[in-house]
Design a protein. Structure first.
Length: 319
């Protein structure tokens, strides 16, 4: 079977990471694998603790917290062609990786350009959290709704709960540090893949369980998290939109977006917008023009999927 590199991010999360690794090891059988923990400058002794408890785990120790972009170092250090990225606040259903490995084998035989395959995500109570993500560019803004797919299917993006093609991940540049500390870097990564005609899928028969905000919720205020989330929405659009039509619609819609955020009680969108403007003026938003698909082609593809996919709506979220 296809070997897998598992890359976990840790920051002062000794107990979470210990539980996560134990669950991972218990859930896997019949495949070759390696586990890499990227430690983001922890001060709780978790890196040393993990070394002693799990001597087979490779540790990459960073001097400071680089957040999601630290995954890039884990991918570069990995040995295998497929790399599963995930947070330390996850546990795994037995044999969760088997359906994904089977899909990789099947798609590689067809020589399809696969970039990533994600697992279905539930919370610790077993409630649906993440499945297939379908995008909508409406009123100059990106909205993504999450559905519970009944079977293997394309998805607009996956987060750090799936396997990525190592070669393509490195070629595309990995997670962009402009989104630090968190949010939208996964949407950005997968959208850039789609515009290169690389496919992203969800495999709902592979299940993992997620303790939502167990990591970032301990280190940041709710207001700050909301501001960064809003900021990175704007950063994503300004970085990735290349269609003149989409760009014009977005620019004309910005006043409505900001006014509407006040009306609906989300003033943090204005702060996020100002933070995004600052990044733009600092030249930190690097536009991605290396594409083979247009914005219209990508969004039209997913509009078509909405009409033909067999999906069941369990929960709806906006990204």
């Amino acid at each position: 079977m296809i070997p897998i590199s598992f890359v976990i991010l840790n920051y002062n999360g000794r107990d979470l990471t210990t539980e996560c690794i134990s669950s991972l090891v218990d859930s896997i059988k019949d495949i070759e694998y390696e586990i890499i923990v990227v430690d983001n400058g922890s001060t709780d002794g978790s890196a040393q603790f993990i070394k002693e408890k799990f001597p087979f785990v490779r540790i990459i120790e960073k001097e400071s917290n680089e957040f999601t972009t630290a995954y890039n170092d884990g991918v570069l250090a990995s040995r295998f062609d497929w790399v599963f990225l995930f947070n330390n606040d996850m546990i795994f259903e037995k044999n969760f990786i088997t359906p994904i490995v089977d899909r990789i084998s099947e798609l590689c035989k067809k020589q399809e350009g696969v970039f990533a395959i994600g697992s279905k995500m539930l919370d610790f109570q077993g409630n649906f959290e993440k499945g297939v993500n379908l995008p909508e560019f409406k009123f100059g803004y990106l909205r993504v709704k999450t559905f519970d797919a009944l079977d293997f299917c394309p998805t607009f993006y996956i987060g750090t709960h799936g396997v990525f093609n190592r070669k393509k991940f490195i070629e595309i540049g990995g997670f962009d540090k402009v989104y630090k500390p968190f949010y939208s870097e996964d949407v950005d990564l997968c959208y850039r893949a789609w515009k290169r005609d690389w496919k992203v899928y969800i495999e709902p028969h592979s299940i993992i369980f997620h303790k939502h905000m167990a990591t970032i919720g301990k280190h940041f205020t709710k207001r700050y998290i909301l501001i960064i989330n809003a900021r990175n929405h704007f950063v994503f659009l300004w970085k990735n939109l290349t269609s003149r039509k989409f760009i014009l619609i977005h620019i004309l819609s910005i006043p409505l977006i900001l006014i509407g955020s006040i009306i609906i009680g989300k003033p943090y969108y204005i702060v996020g917008f100002l933070y995004a403007i600052k990044l733009l003026l600092q030249g930190k938003i690097k536009r991605d023009l290396n594409t083979s698909k247009t914005d219209e082609e990508v969004f039209s593809y997913f509009e078509g999927l909405k009409c033909h996919m067999s999906i069941q709506l369990k929960d709806t979220k906006k990204s």
